[in-house]
Design a protein around this ligand. Structure first.
Ligand SMILES: [Zn+2]
Length: 190
């Protein structure tokens, strides 16, 4: 079996992303910015397809000012849009989920992650890489030299990265998987 065939088989193990999978990806992306607290709000939003601003803290475990910040961010990304409903004498302010925008947001983030990996692969193939054994940060020869071969973050002695082929393979495979996932999502209709 050739190398190309094998890697194609590997990526084929990723099945079509379901709507649940997409929500999970979106949740983890947003949790990276707003912390795990945002999970509850997003779970609620994805389940009900809207959230009422007035009852936000009762419906979810999140404080309303925190929730508003997250909703503002989602609104900047067009993932939610504002709406109003009249209930008796009072008006409730809703945020409705825009699923196509959510999918576009995920694709945008995955593409950015892929670009970063592409750059890293390019960078590593053009430079001698030094690595910190403690925080795993990588440095070029120049950067390592400027810091006397010590990590500026934790003072550990930097060592030359010898496992280049293995690292290349890991990065290249991650790029391939991201690429595959992006194409799958783009081809799906949600
Ligand atoms: Zn370090």
């Amino acid at each position: 079996m050739s190398k190309t065939t094998r890697s194609r088989d590997d990526t084929a193990k990723i099945t079509d992303p379901s709507e649940d999978d997409l929500f999970k990806i979106a949740k983890s992306i947003i949790a990276e910015i707003y912390g795990k607290n945002s999970n509850d709000l997003l779970t609620y939003l994805m389940k009900n397809e809207y959230v009422v601003e007035e009852t936000l803290s009762q419906d979810t475990s999140i404080k309303s000012n925190e929730g508003r910040k997250i909703l503002q961010y989602l609104s900047d990304e067009a993932i939610v849009f504002p709406d109003k409903v009249k209930v008796g004498e009072s008006t409730l302010h809703l945020w409705r989920l825009n699923k196509p925008a959510l999918v576009a947001f995920i694709v945008k983030k995955l593409k950015r992650a892929k670009e970063k990996l592409d750059l890293r692969l390019k960078f590593e193939s053009n430079n001698t890489i030094y690595k910190c054994p403690t925080c795993k940060k990588i440095y070029t020869l120049e950067d390592a030299y400027v810091n006397d071969f010590y990590c500026p973050h934790d003072g550990s002695l930097l060592t030359e990265e010898v496992d280049r082929d293995k690292r290349f393979k890991v990065i290249a495979e991650s790029i391939e998987k991201l690429d595959y996932l992006i194409k799958k999502i783009e081809r799906s209709r949600y």
